[in-house]
Design a protein around this ligand. Sequence first.
Ligand SMILES: [Zn+2]
Ligand SMILES: [Zn+2]
Length: 380
Amino acid sequence: MSEDFYDILGVSRDASEDEIEEAYREAVRKYHPDVSDDPDAEEKFKKAKKAKEVLTDEEKRRQYDQMGHERFSEAEKRGGVGGGSRQGGDPFGGGGGFNDVQDIFDQFFGGGGGGRSRNRPQSGQDLKTTLEIDLETAYHGADKELTVNRPEACDECDGRGHPPGTDSRACPRCDGQGQVTQVQQTAFGRMQQRSTCRRCGGEGTLYEETCSTCRGDGVVRNEASLQVEIPPGIRDGQTLRMDGEGAPGDRGARNGDLLVEISVTDHPDFERNGDDLKTRQPISFPQAVFGDTIEVETLDGPVEFDLEAGTQSGETFRLKGKGMPRLRRRGQGDLYVQVQVVTPDSLNEEQREALEEFAEAGGEDVEVDRGFFDRLKNSF
Ligand SMILES: [Zn+2]
Ligand SMILES: [Zn+2]
């Protein structure tokens, strides 16, 4: 097969733009990989596409004719070709960049050759969901399973909405344009409004058969099970983005993303403030007076802490680096421990006497409600 663009399309060197378009359309019908069983179909299809692109661009065609195939191809590789406007030169163009074979195929059979203003395939929408985790999970990080009910491309028809090879025709309502123009008489005069064609959903094409699984939408709802990687240190309200896990794109366009908002439930023992944590630690009166080595719970297990003699109830101590991990950084916040001296609400006889003596020794005159202790005694 000759590499020459005119030969590829089978047209003469003085062929009109219409003839070139027609020849290209013919090549698409013959060589589109979806319809051809020619093993070289894809290669031929690409060549035809390239030839059409160059020969329907006035400026590029002039350069091609001047340079010949070889020199033109080399110049193009170096980026020294072009300048011609694609607008108008390419009746299928919505701005160039037809790299997607399926895209141009749909445009052809859909647009009937006149899809100047066809809607470009839209990327899928981002979807949002919430994932609830506890503080321990936020501390350690985890791989969590997340189940989402989301739209996915229909397997049966590959997201096209119709079985492969279905006969199709241009949508009569929009004339294959995918869009309709409505003219309205308003106080300001005639207003034109363009909107997506409802009959063909903007595709410009009607198919003889619809996929029975998705009823032509190309999309089905599916329960998907995903693994979400929760990084240590994540905070309540932060969002994780899962690339491409959102709604499917239109006709092969990219999927949207899935945004997972993290909700961290309250912890009974720890309060979070940024990367710091706060907790309360009960201690006894003698511990507060004499000091002691106590065990303090952290989210990473208990640690020992030396309580000084003469600690006041309500005093707060800082355990450095025992707070939450810093998200995607080194280090951890701090843990603030507020001690609370627990006042006993019941005493045995011995304790009562000792405490009374303690008060007397300090010169305190404490009026002890005997009835309270008698009641206590009788209950044992
Ligand atoms: Zn239509
Ligand atoms: Zn389907």
